[in-house]
Design a protein around this ligand. Structure first.
Ligand SMILES: Cc1ncc(COP(=O)(O)O)c(C=O)c1O
Length: 364
């Protein structure tokens, strides 16, 4: 079996996969209603929220679009805090739907600075919302969301959070950190195949909804809410993936959220230490290096494409490359969801053999 270590889709435990082989059920019937209600309760615990949580059929990007179209109107000013590919995507979605996007970009590999966000909000008092990526998967950096949130709330703005590769793996107390819409995706730390986005909403988000005029249909949150009250989703859900999520949430709660978060921190430390022991450097600034994905700078002659091919063909280890302008400049080890230190040890052992074959000459 491959050691799939990309930052999503992530490997799924066999009980989760088996759940997907179940026969279909009526998505408007009582059994589905029970499963949906149970999943919603469990997600609220894991989002650490008393607000609404909806299960949407779609990928994470669909969840990001839902966050925007349900809370904003064309012409609204939006501060888009970006530290990588996914932050840029969040801003692009807002722009496509007619928001006036004010980009606030930080150097890739670094975290966003709360003080700079404060200055930006001070300079643009008419800003309606701030878009932030909690964990930037493309660079392996986790933003200090608690500090960013306190600045955003100092100015009483809406906070829309892409937590696709952090929620359920890195601590994110949605209510304590005043996140108005928070989005995650099933194929990340949730140990479930792709196909579902999960989103939470605060009271302030509902207030924004009541004024929001962006066009929406499939993602409309009032439809999601009114159907959830009947134990349904507005549209046909990805039922097999819902079965899978129901099992994975049980597993996560059995392990305990705090333990899951601590395991991710341990595994990330093992990845970071292992990388350094090989003479490589982290791409991310170390103080904000992610607990779900480790990005590694290509240096000293390393051909990342060759490296990834050797790892895949000769070691059955699958790692991620760099995206967009980081193509060929970094590689990434995903360690979220169903992962232990042993999986990372196997990656480091394979890297030890493959690195010299891929041109890496350790600087002495
Ligand atoms: C932080 C982040 N945002 C957004 C996305 C996009 O999610 P999806 O590919 O499920 O649409 C990803 C997926 O890698 C991600 O890691």
């Amino acid at each position: 079996m491959e050691n799939l270590r990309i930052p999503g889709p992530t490997p799924c435990p066999s009980d989760v996969l088996q759940a997907m082989s179940r026969q279909m059920i009526n998505h408007r019937g009582p059994e589905f209603g029970e499963i949906l209600n149970d999943i919603t309760d469990k997600l609220k615990q894991l989002f650490q929220t008393k607000g609404d949580v909806f299960l949407l059929t779609g990928s994470g990007t669909g969840g990001l679009e839902a966050a925007i179209v349900n809370t904003l109107s064309p012409g609204d000013k939006v501060l888009s805090v970006t530290i990588g590919v996914f932050g840029e995507r969040f801003g692009t979605i807002a722009e496509e739907f007619g928001a006036e996007v004010i980009p606030l970009s930080f150097e890739w590999g670094k975290a966003a600075d709360a003080e700079t966000i404060r200055q930006a909000l001070h300079a643009e008092p008419g800003t309606k919302a701030v878009l932030v990526t909690h964990n930037e998967t493309s660079t392996g950096v986790t933003n200090d969301l608690a500090s960013i949130s306190s600045v955003v709330k100092e100015f009483d703005k809406l906070l829309l959070v892409d937590a696709i590769s952090s929620l359920g793996s890195i601590n994110l107390p949605v209510d304590d950190w005043h996140c108005d819409v928070t989005v995650t995706g099933s194929q990340k730390g949730w140990m479930v195949p792709p196909g579902l986005a999960m989103v939470s909403l605060s009271q302030e988000a509902w207030q924004a909804y009541s004024e929001a005029k962006m066009p929406r249909f499939y993602w409309d949150f009032t439809k999601a809410k009114s159907y959830l009250e009947k134990g349904q989703t507005p549209w046909t859900p990805a039922i097999s993936t819902v079965f899978a999520l129901s099992i994975s949430l049980e597993m996560i709660l059995r392990e305990g959220l705090a333990n899951v978060i601590a395991r991710h921190a341990r595994v990330a430390k093992a990845a970071q230490d292992g990388i350094k022991s090989l003479g490589l450097s982290l791409f991310a600034e170390e103080s904000h290096a992610s607990n779900t994905v480790t990005s590694v700078a290509a240096s000293d002659g390393l051909d990342t494409k060759k490296l990834l091919r050797i790892l895949r063909e000769e070691h059955q280890v699958v790692l991620g490359g760099g995206q967009q302008r980081l193509d060929g400049k970094i590689f990434r080890i995903g360690h979220l969801g169903w992962v232990t230190e042993d999986d990372i040890e196997a990656v480091i052992s394979a890297l030890k053999v493959a690195l010299p074959q891929a041109g890496f000459r350790r600087a002495s």
